[in-house]
Design a protein around this ligand. Structure first.
Ligand code: NAP
Length: 289
């Protein structure tokens, strides 16, 4: 591609950023659509977040993605914030506007679009949420806003699960989250959409799984794992072995990127282009299906 004085620049701030797939998403999108845009990962240490956001605006960047550990830290330096991002308390996309950046959260709409593309719905479902970190918290908010029937929340550290439940219920003014212990998890009787939001099983610890016991997997009709390295996690293997449907986190990553790109460029990315980008991401990960 040709870079000149009219080329728009976008980037990713976080720490670390060395292994991110985001440049594959955005630079392939720009090439495929013929947009004059480049996307660059930019490592920013925690003490420089304010300077980075203000500096990006001063340098006329069109937009930024924000990844761990800065998703909440950037919020004080924005001129505006989308209501969903404000509710979740985490921003992963900054869009340039008059005077500064507006913050959005495209992780959650990204997960929703990814699940929809696989025919997985949250509405009226009994959801089993595993984890209580940043991702699980946002997924709890998504399940609340999408009208899940009930949400059972399990996490190694129960106090963190209690906190997530309290915050999500306060944000939506309705109580439908029940924090459960490992014993309760293994004694469930219903059939669940399970969303695995912990980092257990992430490369290189590919044999690890949040819960070993078959008693859990017998109750899962659909298992979504936010992890995509490995492409099929041990959690997914166990769900599959018990006849459940599975999805990994790669399409969530794809669609959070696509939604960010749509916000920066005021455009709509077609499903055909989305499929092409997904293929490029798989190639980058060395996945041949
Ligand atoms: P985080 O805030 O650090 O939370 C980590 C979670 O994993 C906590 O619930 C933690 O439990 C649990 N955990 C970690 N080690 C554990 C262990 N040995 N045994 C039991 N539980 C353990 O991380 P996060 O930002 O929420 O991210 C979680 C995962 O989601 C990561 O693998 C990340 O790659 C993935 N993710 C994917 C996407 C995507 O686009 N596909 C987006 C965001 C995140 P405690 O509370 O007990 O410590």
């Amino acid at each position: 591609m040709q870079i000149d004085g009219k080329t728009k620049t976008c980037g990713l701030i976080g720490d670390p950023v060395a292994h991110t797939l985001s440049p594959v998403i955005h630079n392939t999108l720009a090439q495929t659509r013929g947009d004059d845009l480049v996307y660059v990962p930019l490592r920013v240490e925690a003490e420089h977040v304010q300077k980075a956001v203000e500096g990006a605006y001063a340098l006329s960047l069109t937009g930024l993605n924000v990844t761990v550990p800065h998703k909440s830290a950037v919020i004080p330096y924005l001129v505006d914030i989308d209501p969903l991002a404000e509710k979740i308390g985490a921003v992963n996309t900054l869009v340039r506007q008059e005077g500064g950046f507006k913050g959005y959260n495209t992780d959650m709409p990204g997960l929703l679009r990814a699940m929809q593309s696989e025919g997985i719905t949250v509405k009226e479902q009994s959801v089993l949420l595993l984890g209580a970190g940043g991702a699980a918290r946002a997924v709890a908010f998504l399940c609340m806003s999408e009208g899940a029937k009930e949400i059972l929340l399990y996490n190694r550290t129960m106090e963190k699960a209690e906190r997530v439940a309290k915050e999500a219920e306060a944000a939506f003014g309705r109580s439908c989250i029940r924090v459960i212990s490992k014993e309760e998890l293994l004694q469930l009787t219903g059939s669940y959409l399970a969303i695995q939001c912990t980092s257990v099983g992430l490369y290189p610890n590919v044999d690890d799984v949040i819960v070993q016991e078959d008693a859990l997997y017998e109750k899962i009709h659909t298992g979504v794992d936010l992890i995509y390295r490995p492409y099929e996690t041990m959690f997914m293997k166990k769900v599959k072995a018990h006849g459940g449907k599975t999805m990994n986190g790669l399409k969530m990553l794809l669609y959070q990127g696509i939604i960010a790109y749509e916000l920066w460029n005021k455009c709509e990315v077609s499903e055909e282009t989305a499929a092409h980008i997904l293929q490029k991401m798989k190639e980058e990960l060395g996945i041949h299906e």
